[in-house]
Design a protein around this ligand. Structure first.
Ligand SMILES: [Zn+2]
Length: 109
């Protein structure tokens, strides 16, 4: 189950004008080692590992809060894949991320 929590709402409005498409699947946890990028803890991994705070300590369960990295996590996340049908997984992972566009622009120059 995914709940909105006020801390994440605060982080997303303060730091990210447009939350990326995969934001709903992650809980943001402040990262003491990297203040500019919060840890994005996978909610599916969290529910299998005793909650967000526990999962935030397991490298396999979180990534940096960047759309492409979050998508990479979901692409490899067995818990995410178990939560959705194959079609839904494909549809979610096929959503474009800003980093894709940047790459396209660079290669077309
Ligand atoms: Zn995961």
């Amino acid at each position: 189950m995914i709940f909105d929590d006020p801390i994440n709402d605060f982080l997303s409005t303060a730091k990210m004008p447009i939350p990326h498409k995969f934001r709903n699947f992650f809980s943001l946890v402040p990262n003491p080692n990297n203040k500019s990028n919060a840890k994005a803890v996978c909610t599916f991994c969290s529910s299998k590992n005793g909650g967000v705070q526990a999962a935030a300590l397991i490298p396999e369960c979180y990534t940096t809060n960047k759309a492409n990295l979050c998508r990479n996590h979901l692409a490899n996340c067995i818990h995410f894949k178990n939560a959705y049908t194959e079609e839904e997984v494909e549809e979610i992972l096929s959503q474009p991320v800003p980093e894709d566009k940047r790459k396209l622009k660079e290669s077309s120059m």
